[in-house]
Design a protein around this ligand. Structure first.
Ligand code: NAG
Ligand code: NAG
Ligand code: NAG
Ligand code: NAG
Ligand code: NAG
Ligand code: NAG
Length: 248
């Protein structure tokens, strides 16, 4: 009996390994302590009126990208955060008409890969690059105009005030905007690509230098991922149970 247990032990081990690889296939993001790096979500949470923007930052994974880039870039970053009201004021269906790639682009458009204080924005040279500009300097820029300490931002399609700062300290500035910054490239008269229907082939449109955001699940479809993981887990457990049956 003791010898059977011994010979079955490797099978148990294999089952355990299978189980652990299944569960770690999709590693969850590490959660550094509160004293760690700047956390955009936390800043927006404190603001209290950015639920929709936070949700979009999350599902497009742009939020995670900002957190990482903040840590690695010396230029800092600037984020323009539309309020929940701003999203409510969009024409119905505006966001739903966008493809997943376009939604990512829209959110990237609200992030500039450089730190700007409000004073900087008063005198910045236009257009200002955004994360949506990618390597292509000429597109998806924002124009800033200032007068008497009031800064406006224009997308070529909409113009709104840059209101108060949720944070204005290197390396990150976060400003509130009362409108969603709809890029002229997507919504204006000279839009680069038609918004609908969605192209079937991946990335026929403007190129995106961040490969990871392309794969971003911009829909609830990512639920299938965890479903697979659960199935894998079930399989692993089943195997262990089977081995235990052999044992006893
Ligand atoms: C950022 O803050 C949010 C809310 O407090 C938290 O859920 C999340 O885990 C934090 N992310 C990181 C990378 O610290
Ligand atoms: C972010 O999205 C993931 C799935 O992509 C979800 O599990 C998580 O709850 C979301 N977090 C927030 C704060 O919305
Ligand atoms: C930030 O960058 C440093 C080195 O550049 C690295 O050691 C650290 O793990 C990074 N932290 C995060 C949260 O990415
Ligand atoms: C910014 O201003 C320049 C010069 O006035 C103009 O050519 C360009 O179309 C504007 N772009 C946006 C996004 O408003
Ligand atoms: C800024 O935009 C607002 C509309 O949001 C407009 O009323 C105001 O005149 C603009 N200010 C400047 C300096 O362009
Ligand atoms: C993007 O990722 C794919 C595989 O996921 C790879 O084949 C391709 O070379 C990557 N492109 C860039 C620009 O990194």
């Amino acid at each position: 009996m003791a010898t059977t247990r011994l010979t079955l032990a490797p099978i148990l081990l294999i089952a355990a390994v299978l189980l652990s690889t299944e569960t770690t296939a999709q590693p969850t993001a590490p959660a550094p302590g509160p004293a760690g790096p700047i956390n955009l979500t936390q800043i927006l949470e404190k603001g209290g009126q950015f639920t929709k923007f936070m949700h979009l930052l999350n599902i497009t994974q742009v939020g995670a990208q900002v957190n990482i880039q903040l840590n690695s870039s010396s230029e800092g970053m600037t984020v323009f955060a539309p309020t929940d009201n701003a999203f409510q004021n969009l024409k119905p269906g505006t966001l739903n008409k966008l493809t997943a790639d376009e939604q990512v682009k829209l959110i990237l458009y609200h992030v500039s890969p450089k730190y700007y204080s409000l004073d900087d924005l008063l005198s910045v040279s236009n257009p200002v690059r955004t994360q949506a500009s990618g390597r292509d300097n000429g597109v998806y820029g924002l124009n800033f105009t200032g007068e008497a300490n009031q800064v406006n931002v224009s997308t070529g399609y909409v113009e709104t005030r840059v209101s108060n700062a949720l944070r204005q300290q290197r390396p990150l500035a976060v400003y509130v905007v009362d409108m969603v910054l709809l890029p002229g490239e997507m919504f204006g008269e000279n839009k680069l690509s038609p918004i609908a229907p969605a192209p079937k082939s991946p990335s026929s449109g403007v190129s995106d230098d961040s490969n990871s955001t392309k794969k971003a699940p911009a829909s609830p479809s990512d639920k299938s991922g965890s479903g697979e993981r659960k199935a894998g887990l079930g399989f692993g457990i089943g195997l262990v149970v089977l081995c235990l049956k052999f044992l006893f």
